[in-house]
Design a protein around this ligand. Structure first.
Ligand code: ADP
Ligand code: ZN
Ligand code: MG
Length: 486
């Protein structure tokens, strides 16, 4: 990758994730968690912060938080304490957020992230429970505060159960940061802790980044806030590292600041300098009891943990005979893995992996969508693989077929028919092979004399004559038979 070659410094990156938990109700009240509903229809005195209203802890949220911690190889605390994080903002009616500070539910875990060079072990500093703030809606054309005519607050989101996951500054590159985020998302989805749908704001990521000094010590970090796509995490970090390197090369100093990444301009802008740290005046939440997490309960949750991506990967290698790489790509995305298993149940598992990680993945990437948004169903791929096996379509034509299926959602056989993509076969192909033999007597003669290398040339001529509409293997076989070059 071009940007990678240009890098001469060592990046230091730590990520912070905010993840909505898949509970039916909010963190400290019975209001429903809902997305896209009429604003302010899921509120009560607790999540509106009315004086005197008392919170109570959602047990399911605690359970999901523990599940996430276990999946990230964390130590689960036997006692965890909620704390008030005080700050003033209109989306926070109480004037504080209930979070956890010095006694979080989980600490000291790690995540082994697959990267092209192998794996990077990223330390997990902590996982803690908290509530989300409400949503500010800025009225005006821009949709942002700047230039708006007024701001509204939708309290439906206020009080949504969250976990914050903080990594150690162990991540060595923007590419690895994206891989870490992807891997984490796959784990959270696999264990059902969160839908982790970034479009719904269920998963948000902040990235801290600095450049390591020549003596190995850490430099001053900046923070890229609230990125809602992992592609932007990678690109924003790349731009920010370039900015920091520029400052250092000119003999300047990086200032601790929040940085905004503008994906349209592909630029970073320093927002506010963070010289004076916030003083959140944390103190234990007096209205909630500390959480007592018994070893027996934690053990029981552990015993119910579903298959993790790493375990699934190991199973894919064993059960389907896949390469380490293919198994890794497939299991990095829970949706993709599920799709693959449906295809592999009905078709050759290796072919299924080739098509899923190759052509299908390329189409998804190009369209910027995931499997759930795609029109391609597992049955489509199964059918396509069968059509190639039977020789009904050549492999190269099958790629075109998949392109049409991707666009229309039509069945492969219908596409083959409609677009005339069937391989030339039978008498027609046999006739073309005969013509090529007649037209190339010298080469045909050499094959007859046992010079098999020349057959490639003749195959090429047939493929040209059929405009790629024949199966290469079948053509070679026909030539062999006719020239008896065995
Ligand atoms: P803060 O007090 O600014 O919140 P923390 O020590 O809590 O800083 O760390 C927040 C995040 O920043 C963590 O993900 C951590 O890994 C990361 N981080 C800490 N120091 C650095 C650094 N020098 N460069 C990059 N990331 C860092
Ligand atoms: Zn409520
Ligand atoms: Mg911090």
């Amino acid at each position: 990758m071009q940007t990678q070659e240009k890098r001469t410094y060592q990046a230091v990156i730590g990520l912070e994730f905010h993840v909505h938990l898949a509970t039916r109700t909010k963190m400290f009240c019975g209001c429903r968690v809902a997305y896209g509903d009429e604003p302010n229809t899921h509120t009560c005195p607790v999540c509106l912060g009315h004086p005197g209203a008392l919170p109570f802890t959602n047990e399911k949220a605690v359970e999901l938080g523990v599940m996430a911690g276990l999946a990230l190889n964390c130590e689960v605390a036997s006692r965890a304490v909620f704390a008030r994080k005080n700050y003033f903002y209109p989306d926070l009616p109480k004037g504080y957020q209930i979070s956890q500070f010095d006694a979080p539910i989980c600490t000291g875990g790690y995540l082994d992230v697959p990267v092209p060079e192998g794996t990077v072990r990223v330390g997990i500093t902590r996982v803690h429970l908290e509530e989300d703030a409400a949503k500010n809606v800025h009225v005006g054309e821009s949709g942002r505060m700047h230039g708006s005519v007024g701001s509204l607050v939708d309290f439906n989101r206020g009080g949504t159960p969250l976990i914050e996951i903080v990594t150690e500054p162990d991540i060595p590159s923007p590419e690895a940061a994206r891989a870490t985020a992807n891997h984490l998302k796959a784990i959270l989805q696999a264990i059902g802790v969160s839908e982790a749908d970034m479009e719904k704001g269920q998963l948000r990521c902040d990235a801290n980044v600095s450049i390591r000094k020549p003596d190995g010590s850490f430099g001053i970090k900046t923070e890229l806030k609230n990125m809602n796509s992992f592609r932007y995490v990678e690109r924003g970090l790349t731009r920010e590292l370039e900015r920091q390197q520029g400052i250092l090369e000119e003999g300047g100093r990086v200032t601790q600041a929040t940085v905004h990444y503008d994906p349209v301009a592909d630029e970073v802008h320093e927002l506010r300098s963070k010289e004076e740290a916030h003083d959140y005046r944390y103190f234990p939440e007096p209205d909630l009891l500390p959480l007592e997490l018994t070893a027996a309960w934690v053990q029981e949750i552990k015993s119910r943990l579903p298959e993790l991506p790493e375990e699934r990967k190991a199973r894919f290698i064993k059960q389907y005979g896949l390469s380490e790489y293919d198994a890794g790509v497939l299991t990095a995305d829970a949706e993709l893995a599920g799709f693959y298993e449906k295809v592999a149940a009905e078709a050759d598992p290796k072919q299924a992996a080739n098509w899923t990680t190759g052509e299908l993945q390329a189409l998804l990437n190009e369209a910027g969508i995931g499997i759930p948004e795609s029109k391609v169903e597992p049955g489509h791929l199964t059918e396509l693989i069968r059509l190639v096996e039977k020789g009904t379509v050549s492999r190269s034509a099958a790629k075109d077929v998949l392109g049409f299926v991707f666009e229309t959602g039509d069945a492969p056989s219908a596409v083959v028919e409609r677009e005339g993509l069937a391989s030339m076969g039978g008498d027609e192909l046999s006739g073309t092979v005969d013509e090529v033999i007649v037209a190339n007597p010298a080469e045909a003669g050499r094959v007859r004399d046992g010079d098999k290398k020349v057959i490639g040339f003749l195959v090429g001529q047939v493929m040209k004559a059929t405009r790629g509409g024949a199966d290469g293997g079948r053509v070679r076989q026909l030539l062999m038979e006719k020239l008896d070059g065995q």
